[in-house]
Ligand binder design. Structure first.
Ligand code: ZN
Length: 410
């Protein structure tokens, strides 16, 4: 199965979000999943059944809406000899917009991966779980830090670090008196250390066994203790075999968890986090060194894109905005701008209602412009610290330039 690029994943996710926001007044939104191996005539036959059953719906409005939704699907199915290679999903029905106002929604989606179920559902919202499942691939890693004093257990979920458990020990330091008692003292230390390791391993089992899809465990800590702990196999077998790397960290607390992920990032290059960190670090570096090669803010980035000067366009996956083009049919007034929500607006010149003639998701819009000048596009997820910085400090839109440009103030 081919991996979706972050951009494709983003667009698909965005589409699902839009569908999720749609509500029907009653159970009159139809979702129809057709897997690739399904015969279209079987679907047509079932729809005919559903149609005759729906004729018995008591409420007149609901009946009318359900029937017209089925008719709409039937007419669209005529264009299919067989389902597309990944199957197809229909979302059709009267959606509620404002008080008692409705609008006909009709979306046909070809999913990025094959669908395995055949399903017809009539509900007050669309059924999206099987599609959401397709892009839910957030990896979880276990994080385990240990030395003779502290042990911190956490999780790396996507790019977010979550501390789960913190333990401290009473293992005494390795210095005692000489002679007979010195050996006895060392023996006591070893017993205490052994007990400490057993306790930490028990906690690790407790935390990690709850994670069904743990991709791997990263072990860290200062000094040799972590290796002793791993080599002597204190961890339960199922946990032990998930260890994918042992790394040096300066700390064994929450800060150590960050160190661990940073230090592990190289060997986990597949992890998005490493890549995202790299991009953001190089952007931040260019801001700091005042080379003029960093740019941020929608207006500035658009200008730089127009000038063909952008090497890497950096966008926050948390951007939820549209660029819209609107027009006044009365006086011909035109404008385009970026908005978070599309609302009815009136013409500033003649006060007639403005018509939205085009709307583009801002990530799609800017990415397309970047494609035109062969710039790289990076989407930074919101879960990481870097993503947070990008969104909060730079409005979610930034870029690294090929060369310094003068962006005129407007
Ligand atoms: Zn006007």
């Amino acid at each position: 199965m081919e991996e979706l690029s972050p951009r494709e994943k983003y667009s698909f996710k965005r589409k699902l979000e839009e569908l999720e926001a749609i509500k029907g007044q009653h159970t009159e939104l139809i979702t129809l999943y057709i897997p690739p191996d399904k015969q279209i005539y079987d679907v047509v036959a079932q729809l005919r059944d559903e149609y005759s059953q729906s004729s018995n719906i008591k409420s007149k409005t609901t009946r009318k809406n359900v029937l017209s939704a089925i008719e709409s699907i039937q007419s669209k199915l005529r264009y299919f000899k067989k389902p597309p290679k990944n199957g197809v999903v229909f979302f059709v029905g009267e959606a509620l917009v404002g008080r008692n106002q409705t609008r006909m929604v009709s979306e046909i989606l070809e999913p990025p991966y094959p669908i395995s179920i055949y399903l017809y559902r009539c509900d007050s919202q669309f059924f999206l779980e099987p599609l959401e499942e397709m892009i839910k691939d957030i990896d979880t890693y276990g994080l385990f830090l240990i030395d003779r004093r502290e042990c911190t257990i956490g999780l790396l979920i996507g790019t977010r670090i979550e501390p789960v458990s913190y333990l401290t020990s009473r293992v005494p330091g390795k210095h005692g008196r000489g002679g007979q008692s010195q050996r006895r003292f060392e023996r006591l230390i070893e017993i205490a250390a052994h007990e400490w390791f057993v306790k930490c391993a028990g906690k690790a089992l407790e935390v990690f066994k709850e994670q069904k899809d743990l991709k791997g465990i990263l072990v860290g800590g200062p000094g040799p203790t972590k290796r002793t702990f791993v080599n002597e196999e204190y961890l339960q077998f199922s946990i032990q075999k998930k260890i994918i790397g042992i790394f040096d960290t300066g700390y064994t607390d929450d800060y150590g968890l960050k160190e661990l992920v940073n230090n592990a990032a190289k060997s986990l290059e597949k992890l998005e986090i490493a890549h995202e960190k790299e991009i953001m670090n190089s952007f931040l570096e260019k801001i700091r060194d005042e080379s003029g090669l960093a740019v941020y803010g929608e207006k500035e980035v658009r200008k730089a894109l127009e000038m063909g000067a952008v090497d890497t366009l950096i966008l926050s996956g948390g951007l939820r905005k549209y660029h819209i083009w609107q027009e006044c049919n009365q006086c011909g007034y035109k404008e385009d701008k970026t908005v978070e929500k599309i609302e009815d607006e009136t013409c500033p010149k003649c006060a007639s209602p403005l018509e939205v003639i085009q709307k583009k998701d801002i990530i799609d819009d800017l990415s397309k412009k970047a494609d035109e000048i062969s710039a790289k596009v990076e989407i930074i997820s919101l879960e990481s610290e870097e993503g947070d910085t990008l969104q909060k400090a730079f409005g979610g839109i930034a870029g690294i330039l090929r060369y310094e440009v003068n962006i005129p103030e407007t």
